[in-house]
Design a protein around this ligand. Sequence first.
Ligand SMILES: Cc1cc2nc3c(=O)[nH]c(=O)nc-3n(C[C@H](O)[C@H](O)[C@H](O)COP(=O)(O)OP(=O)(O)OC[C@H]3O[C@@H](n4cnc5c(N)ncnc54)[C@H](O)[C@@H]3O)c2cc1C
Length: 449
Amino acid sequence: MPAKYHLKIEQDIPVIAECDVLVAGGGPGGLGAAVMAASSGAKTILVERFGILGGMASAGEVHPFMPNHYDAEGAGNAWISDHETCMDRPVYLEWLRAMAAYLPPVIRGKALADSEACNIARNIDKNAASLAAEDLCLKAGVKLLYHHTLVQVPVLDGRIEYAVFSSKSGFVAVKAKTYVDSTGDGDLAALAGCGFETGGPDGNCQPMTLCFKLSNIDRAKMPDYEQMQELYQKAKCAGILDCPRENLLYMETNDPSVIHFNTTRIIGRSGIDGIALSEAEIEGRRQFRQYLEWFRSSVPGFGNAQIHSIAQHIGVRETRRINGLACLTREDFIKRSKFKDAIARCNYPIDIHSTNGAGTEMVHIPHVEYYEIPYGCIVAKDVSNLTIGSRCISVDHAVHSSMRVMPPVCSIGQAAGLAAALAAKNGVGQSTLDGVEIRERLKAQGAWL
Ligand SMILES: Cc1cc2nc3c(=O)[nH]c(=O)nc-3n(C[C@H](O)[C@H](O)[C@H](O)COP(=O)(O)OP(=O)(O)OC[C@H]3O[C@@H](n4cnc5c(N)ncnc54)[C@H](O)[C@@H]3O)c2cc1C
């Protein structure tokens, strides 16, 4: 919505902390960044607008962790087998292991093999995800600042000087030597004046989805997958449901009586426009109410369905992609491009939910292959001391749809955090670092590169 007029306010803003590395945003990317920066010896502050960590894994009710596995034998499916390698380590794997501590007693305290940790925590328990993320940060010595929303980023001579947050105390600032943008939306980079791209060929971003779970489902009566889709199409034809999705997207959870739904579709609204985001929440809940009524009245097994949980924040798949020193495109995905300065590997498919209605484009990579993300994709082009440690790195719309899932985003975050720590230690910006050295240092920390 265009501004009616502008208001100028001059304010004294207290600087409440100084540190080596400031990470803005505590989702999977921010977790990777903060834990890796602190483990590399940097005094690290992680600032999050909500009162919990986990980002989409907790506040967004997203489920499950999508597979990003290397399979030497070339089979590859959603679950990881003994001969497969989880490509996202060390922080992502540590996160999964830490989650297991909050899962039912049969799992607690067990020494988990990598594949076991991946499979056990794959079905996300959002409370376990946020508790485990906090455990990892506190153990690594990360200072956590909750309930602070980034609002201003003053820049001097191409370097970010401060990050300003809005909190219950009013506006406060933190000064750091280097910064990591883990907001998912690239808020920090954009506020610092960095250039960015948005959307696909039609200019629109992927749609948003309000995720939810229903409980008290009678699984013995629940129709099979094909029958569920038939019921869905019938309800759409009858005008009972008007969600633009082409099918009903649902998944099992660890509790047989609880089903997860990733099936609302909110198109044509931008996740970086405050008013559009507010409208999207209302539209997401409108679609939810319609679904709830339909499930209870028309779908066998759902007669006594209860609302188990609704995401506290609508799921935003795509917003800004910050201009970096390098950019990865669909061609790199097709060629499975490899780089000397690779900082993460990915073989999750191109997965583009239609930006304007029905349909989802999927382009798969066999698990025996992967493409690599070079260091330049996570280094902001327009300021010197900023790495991007979340989904908003420098890639095109197609590659974004692949690398955006949580395991590789956590790996991207850890690379951004490691680079920020090294740059702070050397008194330089991340843009002057050698990506090949970052890769070697990541390998020394246990990254699979
Ligand atoms: C509907 C939907 C379904 C998905 N399904 C899956 C799936 O099944 N499996 C999978 O692996 N991935 C899935 N994804 C993708 C994945 O969840 C995200 O791409 C991933 O979480 C991105 O991680 P991130 O750290 O970049 O951002 P986020 O997870 O969004 O975390 C960003 C964090 O930054 C904080 N933040 C944002 N702005 C500010 C600010 N201005 N100041 C302070 N803090 C701020 C947020 O509160 C949040 O905690 C899905 C995404 C959506 C939207």
